[in-house]
Design a binder for this molecule. Structure first.
Ligand code: PGA
Length: 255
């Protein structure tokens, strides 16, 4: 598998819009061979997406989950409920949850443990804010987020983990990180995971870059030695744009 390309729809799309999108993207699925592709619709659109994507190589991801299996947690959704719908991936610790909704490092850790135990593949999001970058504490922030998110996990469990490096200042701003910054941060993430779990686990990591990725710049990130994929927000919302982006990534990797 060369690249993991994930579409994070955030709070977009009704059921009807989801059906239309998934039918459109399926028409191009022949072009996606060899790539790991996933769409992450909001919870309410997961059943429709699951139905249309059934039998397709395009996987289904959720944008969050609670760490408990069931109970009195109004508004929450568990891994069992996601697995029931055929969900294979879950985004954990996205910066919008951390910064807009108060998600703590502790919650991120509990969700990571629950996802890995239940067999859903987490995409762990980490990244510094603009202020943290200006203070030159990016590495400190990444180290804190990673050590806390992966606390009390075992090396075997963390093998082949997907980590998304998403600098907060690049998300939804149209101002992507430079390939050099993305490479440095991704290499650092791998070093931290090696320090905690050993070389094999560090080498097995899939690191995605996320933050204003589009059809024009994806080629720059797809070929970075430390990066094995992208997490795409805005540019994943239209099926034709997302398909063009995927094809641009493939072209960059193959050339
Ligand atoms: P963006 O979002 O591509 O719109 O910047 C990325 C993300 O939040 O995962």
């Amino acid at each position: 598998m060369d690249l993991i390309i994930a579409a994070n729809w955030k709070m977009h799309k009704t059921t009807a819009e989801t059906i239309e999108y998934c039918q459109a993207i399926r028409k191009d699925e022949e072009l996606f061979k060899g790539l790991e592709l996933l769409v992450c619709p909001p919870f309410t659109a997961l059943p429709a997406a699951a139905q249309i994507l059934k039998g397709s190589p395009i996987k289904l991801g959720a944008q969050d989950m609670h760490w408990e299996q069931k109970g009195a947690f109004t508004g929450e959704v568990s891994s069992a409920m996601l697995l029931d719908l055929g969900v294979e991936y879950v985004i954990i610790g996205h910066s919008e949850r951390r910064h807009l909704l108060g998600e703590s490092d502790l919650w991120v850790n509990q969700k990571m443990k629950a996802a890995l135990t239940s067999g859903i593949k987490p995409i762990l999001c980490v990244g510094e804010t603009e202020a943290e970058r200006e203070q030159s504490i990016t590495e400190e922030v990444l180290k804190r987020q990673l050590s806390s998110a992966l606390k009390e996990l075992q090396a075997e469990t963390v093998k082949s983990l997907v980590v998304a490096y998403e600098p907060v200042w690049a998300i939804g701003t149209g101002k992507a990180a430079s390939p050099g910054d993305a490479e440095n941060a991704s290499a650092y993430i791998r070093t931290i995971v090696k320090d905690i779990f050993g070389k094999d686990t560090g080498d097995s990591l899939f690191i995605q870059y996320g933050g204003s990725v589009n059809e024009d710049n994806i080629g720059l990130f797809a070929v970075l030695p430390s990066v094995q994929g992208v997490l795409v927000g805005g540019a994943s919302l239209k099926a034709d744009t997302f398909s063009a982006l995927i094809q641009a990534a493939r072209k960059a990797v193959e050339s």
